[in-house]
Design a protein around this ligand. Structure first.
Ligand SMILES: [Zn+2]
Length: 212
């Protein structure tokens, strides 16, 4: 069986969602910044480990949290903020936008906002209807997609291939998706330190997505 993985979005889709952010290549806060993002947490195993490694590199990042997980692990959510990282909303229940009525989707984001204080929003799976995006925009949310998703949750992809694909996707202003989920932990534990070491050596710094 052939598995097709979309590490990047096609160009036409970027035109379709014009108000969304894909990367910061034109307005990186610093010239050599890259933007690491971590979705689906906070998680008691993975998130503290990631915070620790980010600290070692004096790196800032962005965590797109699930409302459900913040409710359960509020102190981890507070730790992320205290360490100077940005937070984003990733819905309450990890909804798939294409399969969810717009009203229910927007309600789920609003429910997550009870726990998550941010106007940054990332759609789970990158799947969101234009109507949903527009309604969230009207509510003040900025939708943040990515320039590269690492597939760190995918155990069938080799470490070597995933790291090569990720390294190829690096440019000033790149937005990369990792996951602070239990499923991704075995992979990122091995790969993230190596990747960050290499990028730091290349002169990149790690910035959080600005929230204002
Ligand atoms: Zn997600």
């Amino acid at each position: 069986m052939i598995t097709i993985r979309a590490f990047k979005f096609p160009k036409w889709l970027k035109g379709f969602y014009q108000t969304a952010i894909w990367d910061f290549s034109l307005n990186a806060t610093e010239k050599n910044s890259i933007y690491l993002t971590f979705d689906d947490g906070p998680n008691p195993i993975t998130t503290p480990w990631i915070l620790d490694i980010l600290g070692q590199y004096n790196a800032k990042a962005t965590f797109f949290c699930l409302g459900n997980n913040v409710e359960e692990h509020t102190s981890l959510y507070q730790n992320i903020i205290e360490q100077g990282h940005s937070i984003g909303n990733h819905t309450m229940h990890h909804l798939h936008g294409w399969r969810t009525r717009t009203k229910d989707y927007v309600q789920d984001v609003i429910a997550a906002a009870e726990h998550i204080d941010s106007h940054l929003f990332r759609p789970p799976y990158g799947k969101i209807k234009k109507k949903q995006l527009n309604q969230l925009k009207e509510l003040g949310y900025t939708t943040v997609f990515w320039s590269h998703i690492t597939y760190d949750f995918d155990k069938s992809l080799s470490t070597e291939k995933r790291m090569r694909k990720t390294n190829e996707a690096i440019f000033p202003g790149a937005i990369l998706v990792f996951h602070d989920s239990e499923k991704a932990f075995a992979q990122i534990k091995i790969e993230l330190p190596k990747l960050m070491e290499e990028w730091a050596r290349m002169g990149y710094t790690f910035a959080a997505i600005p929230t204002s």
